[in-house]
Design a protein around this ligand. Structure first.
Ligand code: FAD
Length: 410
C-alpha cells in the first residue's frame, strides 16, 4: 500500500520503520527540517516500566494538585474552562483507577523488547542503559507506589522494594547525605536517547521503502478517499492509508473530519549536562517519586527531567522549575554532572489525553489510522505502538491486547 505518515517524531519514525518492513511504500511528512525536533527532542529517556515514570498515568503517581505550595501542576495564565475540564477528567480517572494500566504496561514491555531488537539488528547505539531505582523519601511515598507495583507484579515485571543501603550499592553515586527511606529497584528497566534512536532509524529507513518529506506542513487531512493537503499544494495527495502521528497537532487536524480528541499539552523540562565525575554520576536511571523528576545517564551526559505546566508553547522557561531540577540533581548526585557549562536546556510538550493512554488504531474514517497522544510515555511506547499499528493495517492480530486504547473511548 501507499501510506502517508504525518509527523516524524519518535512515533512517526518507528511507524514508518514497521510499515516499510511489511513492504509498504511510505512517505513521512513533517513541518520541521529533521526528525524528532519537537516532543521527542530531549525526553528523559525512560523506557519500560511505564507505570512508575513521572506523569505516566492518572492514579499511579502523585495526586494532581493545582493550588498551593504542594501543587504538582503549574498553571500559567489561570484556569480556563478547557484546562479545568481536562484536569477534572484526569483527576477522576486517577481516583477511579480507570486508566488502562495493565494494557499500557504490556505495550511498554513489548515496545522495549522491540527497541532492543531493532537496535541490535541494525547496530544502533542509542546510549542505552538497564536498571532503574525509584527513590522514596518516606513511608508515605512507598504507599503511593503500591497500585503501580501491584500491576507490575501481576504482569511478572521484576520490581523489588529495597532499603537505602541496597539502593546505594546499585547506584554508588547516590549522596550518602540524601534522605532516602528506600527504593523500588526495577532491574529490567530500560533507558536510552529517544532522539538519537529516531535519527538513526530515520537514516536506516530512508531509501528502504520510506521517503521523508521535511519542511512539509500538512494543512488538512482528507477522507473518502483519504489524503493529505500539503501547505502550498493546490490539490490533496491521495494515499491508500494515512497514519496520524503529529503529536499535539493531531488534535487540531482531526476536527476537519468530524473527529475530536481531548488532548492537552503538559509542558516539562530537561537539562542535559556532561558527566563531571563518573563515580558520582548515575549508572542508569533514577526517578525521584516525590518530585516527579528523573535523572538518566545517557552516554557521557546526565539528563534530569521534570516539571508539569499548562502554559502556551511559546511561554518563557520557568526559572523556579529549572532550579528545582538542578537542586534535585545536586541532592542525589552531587558532583556527578558539570552544571557550569555545556548544558542543553529544553522545554517540551507531553501530549496528554485525560486517561494518560494514547489513541491507537482505526479512526472511524476509512483509511485514516491514529497513533498519537502518548503523553509522558511516547518513547516508552513508540516501537510497540508502531508494530501494533502495522499489524492492524495488515489485518493481523497484534501480539499485545489494545483494550482501552481506541478512539471510541472519547
Ligand atoms: C520533559 C519531558 C520528559 C519526557 N520523558 C519521557 C520519557 O522518559 N519516556 C517517554 O516515553 N516519554 C517521555 N516524554 C514524552 C515524549 O516526549 C512524547 O510522548 C513523545 O516524544 C511523543 O512523540 P510523538 O512522535 O508523538 O510527537 P512529536 O515528537 O512531537 O512528533 C510530532 C511531529 O509531528 C510534526 N507535525 C506536527 N504538526 C504537523 C503538521 N501539520 N504537518 C507536518 N508535521 C507536523 C512535528 O513537527 C513533530 O515532528 C517526555 C516529555 C517531556 C516533555
Amino acid at each position: 500500500m501507499k501510506i502517508a505518515i504525518v509527523g516524524a517524531g519518535i512515533v512517526g519514525v518507528t511507524t514508518a520503520y514497521e510499515l516499510a518492513r511489511d513492504g509498504h511504500e511510505v512517505t513521512v511528512f513533517d513541518q520541521r527540517s529533521a526528525a524528532a525536533e519537537e516532543a521527542s527532542f530531549a525526553t528523559a529517556g525512560l523506557l519500560a516500566p511505564l507505570l512508575l515514570s513521572p506523569w505516566a498515568l492518572p492514579g499511579y503517581g502523585l495526586p494532581l494538585r493545582v493550588l498551593g505550595a504542594q501543587a504538582t501542576v503549574r498553571l500559567s495564565g489561570g484556569l480556563d474552562r478547557r484546562n479545568l475540564a481536562w484536569l477534572w477528567r484526569w483527576r477522576t480517572a486517577g481516583k477511579q483507577h480507570s486508566a488502562p494500566a495493565a494494557t499500557l504496561e504490556r505495550l511498554a514491555q513489548y515496545s522495549q523488547a522491540r527497541v532492543q531488537a531493532i537496535a541490535s539488528q541494525h547496530e544502533l547505539d542509542c546510549e542505552a542503559s538497564t536498571g532503574r531505582l525509584v527513590l522514596l523519601r518516606s513511608e508515605q511515598e512507598l504507599a503511593t507506589v503500591q497500585p503501580a507495583l501491584q500491576v507490575l507484579r501481576d504482569l511478572g515485571v521484576a520490581a523489588h522494594e529495597i532499603d537505602a543501603a541496597a539502593a546505594r550499592v546499585i547506584e554508588p553515586g547516590l549522596s550518602p547525605e540524601a534522605a532516602l527511606a528506600g527504593a523500588i529497584h526495577l532491574p529490567g528497566a530500560g533507558a536510552g536517547n529517544c532522539r538519537l534512536f529516531a535519527q538513526l532509524l530515520r537514516q536506516g529507513t530512508q531509501g528502504s521503502g520510506v521517503r521523508f518529506a521535511f519542511n512539509s506542513r500538512i494543512e488538512r487531512l482528507h477522507g473518502a478517499p483519504v489524503g493529505v493537503q500539503v501547505q502550498g499544494d493546490a490539490e490533496p495527495r491521495r494515499f491508500d492509508a494515512v497514519v496520524l502521528c503529529a503529536g499535539m497537532a493531531s488534535a487540531a487536524l482531526l476536527p476537519a473530519l468530524g473527529l475530536r480528541l481531548p488532548m492537552t499539552a503538559l509542558y516539562g523540562y530537561s537539562v542535559s549536562a556532561p558527566v563531571r565525575e563518573d563515580t558520582h554520576a548515575p549508572r542508569a536511571s533514577v526517578v525521584d517519586l516525590g518530585q516527579q523528576i528523573s535523572i538518566t545517564r545517557l552516554g557521557q551526559r546526565v539528563r534530569i527531567a521534570g516539571g508539569a505546566e499548562m502554559a502556551g508553547a511559546s511561554a518563557e522557561h520557568h526559572a523556579p522549575t529549572l532550579q528545582r531540577l538542578y537542586r534535585t540533581l545536586n541532592d542525589w548526585f552531587p558532583g556527578g554532572a558539570q552544571l557550569s557549562s555545556g548544558l542543553q536546556v529544553w522545554r517540551g510538550a507531553r501530549t496528554m489525553l485525560p486517561d494518560g493512554a494514547p489513541v491507537l488504531g482505526a479512526s472511524g474514517v476509512p483509511g485514516l489510522w491514529l497513533n498519537t497522544g502518548h503523553g509522558a510515555g511516547g518513547w516508552a511506547l513508540a516501537s510497540g505502538s508502531a508494530r501494533v499499528l502495522a499489524d492492524l493495517i495488515a489485518q493481523r492480530t497484534p501480539e499485545v491486547p489494545l483494550d482501552g486504547l481506541g478512539m471510541r473511548r472519547f
